[in-house]
Design a protein around this ligand. Structure first.
Ligand code: ATR
Length: 292
């Protein structure tokens, strides 16, 4: 893709590009932060079909956007399109979720903030977390960012458990991870002595079967983190809490992955209070939907 110029004047318009994109909570997050910081900007949704992605990325600046988030199903295609203007996390995950312009040159850039969002939420939720061994359930797109963050940010040893072992093995090789792969029937062995369990599968999500795992092999001080956030309290988290384990829900990962993009587009750091304010709005929305 040739490199378009990004405008540096006028109201700062940013969008989230997805297909479908209607469900996206990103506008709530960024518009809340824009308002809290009194910034002249707007964050909207852009429904883009896969066959329209390249043109959309090429003409983003002409459409008045100075940046974007990229969501399902476009993250990998956006990475291909933006090469070589991507940074190390995007390169490792072969996926882009945030597009911005370089502050000095105005050149368009792609990054991936999913992993740092996952890790920041863990550290915010469990201050002083120093776990050494993590078990990750699932080997889909979300698992890539989680495993990468655990290894690069947390320097943790990862045990990757997936129903389809071959998929987990190819994920490990794709992202150049060191994780050890386990089959679904070996989950108890994987949990033995682990400091952290992370669910990245779709199990437990609204409309999906619950995740049923025997958590008894986990040590008493282990943390259970479910990246599913609809519902906010998944059956896995309820089960972990009942067993006296610390729990971390999935909404914070979504909020904290948004923070680096906001800073790049609008030049303002996102505080824990900003995250809490956006969280309150999304929680209210989720609980209204649950009741209706
Ligand atoms: P995402 O991109 O959101 O991570 P995905 O790519 O569809 O979603 O991955 C879903 C994950 O949930 C996969 O690890 C999948 O396991 P397989 O790789 O074996 O398909 C896992 N998953 C989905 N349904 C499952 C089930 N019933 N039992 C076990 N794992 C399941």
């Amino acid at each position: 893709m040739s490199e378009p110029d990004v405008p540096n004047t006028g109201p700062r318009k940013v969008c989230v590009i997805g297909w479908p994109v209607e469900h996206s909570r990103s506008p709530t997050i960024h518009n809340t932060w824009l308002e809290r910081h009194g910034l002249d900007g707007a964050y909207t949704k852009l429904a883009v079909k896969p066959e329209e992605l390249l043109d959309t990325l090429r003409y983003l600046p002409n459409l008045g956007f100075r940046g974007a988030n990229v969501t399902v199903p476009h993250k990998e295609a956006a990475f291909e399109a933006l090469q070589p203007y991507v940074d190390a996390p995007a390169e490792r995950l072969q996926a882009v979720n945030t597009i911005y312009s370089h502050p000095d040159t105005g050149e368009i850039r792609g990054t991936n903030t999913d992993g740092i969002g996952f890790w920041t939420h863990l550290i915010q939720s469990v201050p002083g977390f120093t776990g050494k061994t993590a078990v990750v359930l699932g080997a889909g797109g979300a698992a890539r960012a989680v495993v990468d963050a655990l290894e690069t940010e947390g320097r943790m040893k990862v045990r990757l458990v997936n129903r389809t072992v071959a998929r987990a093995a190819s994920m490990v090789s794709d992202i150049d991870a060191k994780a050890t792969v386990y089959g679904w029937d070996q989950v108890s062995a994987a949990l033995e002595g682990a400091d952290l369990l992370v669910n990245t599968t779709t199990l437990g999500m609204e409309g999906q079967a619950p995740l049923t795992v025997d958590l008894s092999p986990l040590p008493d001080d282990a943390v259970v983190y479910d990246i599913v956030y609809v519902p906010l309290e998944t059956p896995l988290l309820t089960q972990a809490r009942a067993q006296g384990l610390k729990t971390v829900d999935g909404l914070g990962m979504l909020l904290w992955q948004a923070a680096p993009g906001f800073t790049k587009w609008f030049g303002v750091d996102v505080s824990a209070a900003d995250v809490a304010a956006a969280r309150t709005l999304i929680e209210a929305d989720l609980s209204t939907k649950e009741k209706s």
